[in-house]
Design a protein around this ligand. Structure first.
Ligand SMILES: C[S@@+](CC[C@H](N)C(=O)[O-])C[C@H]1O[C@@H](n2cnc3c(N)ncnc32)[C@H](O)[C@@H]1O
Length: 264
């Protein structure tokens, strides 16, 4: 079955995308869902609920999430790349797109990266801002993406754009428009690092339409989840071109990983 998003890749690859009212609806649907962010110990948690914790409770809670997400059986999901990238990212200017509760972004800041934690949900942004302050991280800022235009306010010279499970949650045309706006802020030689879900997983889980597959992969109320492979990611990033440092599926094809280097 070819979906609307598949068709966009193959039929509409070179057409410019204009931000339209449907995109605004997509963003609102995403906001409704994603104020509940991934948490290791208990699956998912509402950042609005985290706001009612005391400072001490929040720090303890966040540290526990990082520990559980990166060790034991979760080492093969998240721990391996924390180990690999904490040294790679030290001293780099990194834009974490869809930072959630900052399991990646705040951890990399603790290891010396200059982090900008972007999210589309105000309570997620407030939460990472509060955590950065509580953890004493002066090298970490938070940024609310109100719409694609608001990305213009970001610095233009990031070394790395880091997208961990965030640019798979909306139709391809929307994601391509967002990726194009983000690329304005990535220097030549900089890296686009992304975790997505492979096509094999979509096939294995029944080839559901993307508006239904999200409920299966990321729980109730997920408006959209779409598979990516290298070709489709390149289509979202084109005309910018990239060399491929890494591109592989992992964790029984549940996830895929792309580490791309921007060409001149
Ligand atoms: C699956 S969660 C991943 C969170 C975090 N990266 C992590 O590894 O735990 C997706 C995150 O991306 C954000 N998000 C969803 N769609 C987005 C988009 N189009 N642009 C930027 N962020 C988005 C959500 O608010 C949420 O925080």
């Amino acid at each position: 079955m070819i979906t609307r998003a598949d068709a966009a890749v193959f039929l509409d690859r070179d057409a410019p995308h204009r931000w339209n009212p449907r995109d605004r609806e997509s963003l609102e649907a995403l906001r409704n869902k994603w104020q509940t962010v991934p948490a290791a110990a208990d699956g998912r948690v509402s950042t609005a609920d985290l706001a009612s914790m005391t400072d001490a409770q929040l720090i303890r809670y966040w540290q526990q999430q990082v520990l559980v997400s990166t060790t034991g059986e979760n080492y093969s999901v998240r721990g391996w790349y924390h180990d690999l990238y904490k040294d790679v990212l030290r001293g780099k200017r990194v834009l974490d797109v869809g930072a959630g509760m900052g399991i990646d972004g705040l951890t990399f800041a603790q290891h010396g990266a200059e982090m900008m934690l972007l999210d589309i949900v105000p309570s997620n942004v407030a939460n990472t801002k509060r955590l950065a302050r509580l953890l004493g991280l002066s090298n970490c800022q938070s940024f609310l993406m109100e719409d694609i235009d608001s990305l213009k306010a970001l610095p233009r010279d990031f070394d790395v754009i880091w997208c961990q499970g965030s640019l798979i949650n909306a139709p391809f045309e929307f994601i391509r428009a967002e990726a194009q706006a983000l690329l304005e802020h990535l220097r030549v030689g900089g890296r686009w690092i992304e975790l997505a879900y492979p096509k094999q997983r979509w096939e294995r889980e029944g080839r559901l339409p993307f508006e239904k597959w999200g409920e299966k992969t990321d729980g109730e109320g997920t408006p959209w989840v779409e598979w990516y492979d290298l070709e489709k990611l390149r289509a979202a990033l084109a005309p910018a071109e990239f060399d491929v440092a890494l591109a592989f599926d992992f964790h029984n094809d549940d996830f895929n990983w792309f580490d791309l280097v921007r060409r001149a």
